[in-house]
Design a protein around this ligand. Sequence first.
Ligand SMILES: [Mg+2]
Length: 232
Amino acid sequence: MTSEIALTRIGVVGTDSGVGKTVVACAIIAAMREAGARVAPMKPIGRRGAGDIEQMRAASTISYADRLVQPVAFEDAASPLVSSRRGHAPIDVEMLDRAFAELCTMSDAVVVEEAGGLLAPITETESFATLFRRWGLDIVIVSPNGVGAVSQVLMNTHIVREYGLRVRAVVLTTLSRARGGTAERTNQALLKELLLTVPVVSFPYVESPADPRQLMTLARELSASPTIARPA
Ligand SMILES: [Mg+2]
């Protein structure tokens, strides 16, 4: 292994599951790819067949090996520690570290998606927060734009900073085509006001985010903020 390291390391963290983490990860990957970067996707622990790694790899357009992109796959959707106990298969955190390090040597950027939330336990002593701290990731917080979004984003920001990590951006996702109310219309401005220097991006609803053209619509929202999508 060489001493070359990825210039950009991003961790995509959701305020809940099913909030659009994979779509945001894909948009980041696509925006960086458009800027000419080799971007490695990683979902270190995931549910087998969930489709996340296939979508991320399609956005990257580079075929990194499964053993690096998703070193640990479980059959059920639960916290990694629960899945590993049910399967009698403790998660080898050093193996995850090695896979991440290997992706860093092959790429200009690595975009990592958690599973189950930032504080979801991976082993008795590790969570995604400890893993991402060791990997030096900059965190993108993903929240669905709704009444509870401001508090959820601030709570996650608090935890990210508690672990000594930096919030690179906040992305508010729109999960349905229904017309939003006051919260949906004001959340982005309020979060910008409260988070000062952190870019806060709002994604419009798209019917098929896996569709490359619709994904590029979202990627362009990120490209408008160079601090998010710049690969270096
Ligand atoms: Mg996902």
